[in-house]
Design a protein around this ligand. Structure first.
Ligand code: CAA
Length: 406
């Protein structure tokens, strides 16, 4: 067993940390207050190669492994959740799905520009009536000759107004006896006629990001935009979530670390009853819990990343990593505010933003309640993983870094 990070891992960590801490941290409060995404974020992430970090060089990526993806997410969310959300949807929920399920031709057409950051990608599963119950999707995909006609509205879509591509899930077979089997996945360019979209305002957190709705009214796409086979949409969506949840887990780990760092700094600076508040045992207890949570969350996500590298199915391990880290990050942010006292309640300090941002991740990509049901399902023998027609490829350094993937 090897817990050490490689030289390349440390370089990724350093590069992403510098971007997030030096370029984003100084302006994040301003954009959080304005409820806008900083305009330089996406182009700069593309330029640094972050948007294609764990994809093979031959598909426009950086040829790093899945642990490098987790480390990048940890560094991004240690500054602001909105940065990590970009990785969750662009990479976790979309690009990795293309890497896993798309044909070679589709990879060249869609994945390559996404990995280079020339096209930004999002994920369209959720609808106003289909959240935890993802199979309740009402959007439809009707075959018409060599095209599909897509209709319906997706809600709570991260990067809704920033993305060029969406991996869109709709019902292609309303007669399928099992509703799971009636869904199909499509890669759709969002400049097609019939697409409408907008941002949702008034969110509790992730305010420096874009969260919105995307509606399709008779949007026509060529049949070669179907990803996977007809009826495979639910499985594809769930496999997307195995990757998206991994990025959420790693990011929440970074948020716990940010809470810990802010709390240790403040408790050394702030005096009460004639001493640093760091000297009080009840403050120390809160800090000790953050240390424990950070270590455990990091081990959970890195185990899932290691399994991805080995090509092992990791639905259970990713789910527990996401459940633990997001709950723990919300608790850490709440305790960080408690340590900061009244100052923590204002946006003079970052910890109030951490709490607002942490709450979202306890809800999206599977609520904590859904993850508890998943874990209980495995433990009780109600849930088993069946092999997939296409698995996420195991990491092979030489193959990933050569010009031709095959
Ligand atoms: N990978 C591949 N296939 C999977 C899978 C996985 N991880 N999980 C399940 N499947 C397969 C099953 O094997 C099963 O296949 P068979 O029919 O061949 O047996 C099929 O899918 C149905 O599985 P379930 O019976 O488990 O389906 P279910 O309807 O009971 O759902 C669930 C289970 C866990 C509740 C699931 O619906 C779920 O995870 N819900 C949460 C949805 C979610 O996370 N939404 C987040 C949206 S994205 C987002 O938030 C991002 C953003 O933009 C902010």
């Amino acid at each position: 067993m090897d817990f050490a990070l490689s030289e390349e891992h440390r370089m990724v960590q350093q590069m992403v940390r510098e971007f997030a801490q030096k370029e984003v941290a100084p302006v994040i409060k301003e954009f959080d207050r304005k409820q806008e995404m900083a305009p330089f974020v996406l182009p700069r992430m593309a330029e640094l190669g972050i948007l294609g970090i764990c994809l093979p060089v031959s598909y426009g990526g950086q040829g790093m492994d899945y642990i490098a993806l987790g480390l990048a997410c940890e560094e991004l969310e240690a500054v602001d959740t909105t940065l990590r959300v970009v990785m969750s949807v662009h990479m976790g929920l979309n690009s990795l799905a293309l890497f896993q399920w798309a044909t070679e031709d589709q990879k060249q057409r869609f994945l390559l520009p996404q990995a280079r950051g020339e096209k930004i990608a999002c994920f369209g599963l959720t609808e106003s009536g289909a959240g935890s119950d993802a199979a309740a999707i009402r959007s439809t995909a009707r075959r018409a000759g060599d095209e599909y006609v897509l209709n319906g509205e997706k809600m709570w879509i991260s990067l809704a107004t920033k993305a060029d591509h969406i991996l869109w899930i709709g019902r292609s077979d309303p007669q399928a006896p099992d509703p799971h089997d009636g869904l199909s996945a499509f890669l759709v360019e969002l400049d097609r006629p019939g697409v409408g979209r907008g941002d949702i305002h008034g969110k509790l957190g992730v305010r420096a990001g874009s969260t919105g709705w995307i509606s399709f009214q008779d949007v026509r796409v060529p049949a070669d935009h179907l990803i996977g086979e007809p009826g495979e949409g639910f499985k594809i969506a769930m496999s997307c979530l195995d990757n998206g949840r991994y990025t959420v887990a790693a990011g929440a780990t970074g948020l716990i670390r940010a809470c810990l760092e802010a709390s240790t700094k403040y408790s050394h600076e702030r005096q009460a009853f004639g001493r640093d508040i760091a000297r009080f045992q009840l403050v120390q207890q809160k800090i000790a819990h953050m240390v424990q949570s950070y270590d455990a969350a990091r081990l959970f996500y890195q185990r899932a990343g290691w399994m991805k590298n080995q090509g092992l199915r990791n639905t259970r391990e990713t789910s527990i990593a996401k459940w633990f880290a997001t709950d723990a990050s919300f608790a850490a942010a709440s305790e960080a505010i408690q340590i900061h006292g009244a100052y923590g309640y204002s946006d003079e300090y970052d910890v109030e933003r951490y709490l607002r941002n942490a709450k979202g991740a306890v809800i999206y990509e599977g609520t904590s309640e859904i993850h508890q049901l998943i874990q209980a399902g495995y433990a009780l023998g109600y849930r088993q993983d069946a092999p997939l027609r296409c698995e996420l490829p195991a990491y092979e350094i030489q193959k990933w870094q050569q010009e031709d993937f095959h």
